[in-house]
Design a protein around this ligand. Structure first.
Ligand SMILES: CC(C)(COP(=O)(O)OP(=O)(O)OC[C@H]1O[C@@H](n2cnc3c(N)ncnc32)[C@H](O)[C@@H]1OP(=O)(O)O)[C@@H](O)C(=O)NCCC(=O)NCCS
Length: 191
């Protein structure tokens, strides 16, 4: 089980300890973390990752920086999670989760779960109402994600049906008549 010990306000600089005292510390991503995150994403997804369908929805947009977190073990960055704005039919403030990755040397320790739970909690607190993720349904279902086809949602480009997932942070917010998720235009910081 993962325990969280909040060390600061959810909207300010946040450091959260997941698990035992020497466990990973979660903090908001800072500008200096960029190179280590790019290296970690290359390790986790391979250098072809920019061709993945989700990248097209982020292209040219700024990340939602207040929901981008990193996880460190003894000051070494071992995990990352980022969010981008997204347009989902029926929702006022929706997000695209990802990429999220944990260094394979530290897999299975709850670092990924810690980052996902922490960031989804912050997203809920900050008033976002739904999250789309492109990823492993078996893994993400434990955080409440459902196949998006259950909501009749469509993805703008061809995608493996079971990897297109949605989480309602506000129950019932996604329009069950479905529709196309689309790239959002929102101001923010470039990563
Ligand atoms: C997926 C990832 C972020 C998980 O991070 P992690 O810190 O190892 O995960 P946790 O320790 O929190 O959770 C481990 C659990 O998730 C399960 N799990 C991990 N990856 C999984 C996957 N792709 N599919 C199904 N289950 C998965 C493990 O079997 C384990 O299950 P258990 O709790 O029943 O033992 C990490 O493996 C990773 O970076 N993978 C490559 C990048 C990637 O695919 N990212 C997208 C994720 S949707």
């Amino acid at each position: 089980m993962i325990e969280f010990f909040h060390k600061g306000p959810i909207n300010g600089p946040v450091t959260t300890k997941a698990g035992p005292p020497n466990g990973p510390a979660i903090s908001q991503e800072g500008p200096a973390d960029g190179p280590a995150i790019e290296t970690l994403l290359d390790i986790a997804f391979g250098p072809e990752r920019h061709a993945r369908p989700s990248y097209a929805l982020r292209d040219g947009l700024a990340a939602t920086t207040e929901l981008c977190f990193v996880s460190r073990l003894e000051d070494v960055l071992v995990g990352t999670i980022r969010f981008w704005p997204l347009a989902i039919p029926g929702t006022g403030s929706a997000l695209l989760l990802g990429p999220t990755a944990v260094h394979p040397d530290h897999g299975g320790l709850g670092i990924g779960s810690g980052l996902i739970l922490h960031s989804l909690g912050a997203a809920r607190t900050q008033g976002h109402d739904a999250v789309v993720a492109i990823g492993d349904g078996q893994y993400l279902s434990r955080f409440g994600f459902h196949p998006a086809h259950k909501f009749a949602l469509e993805f703008p480009t061809p995608i493996e049906r079971g990897r297109f997932l949605v989480l309602e942070l506000v129950p019932g917010v996604v329009d069950h008549n479905g529709g196309l998720v689309a790239k959002a235009a929102k101001a923010g910081a470039e990563f």
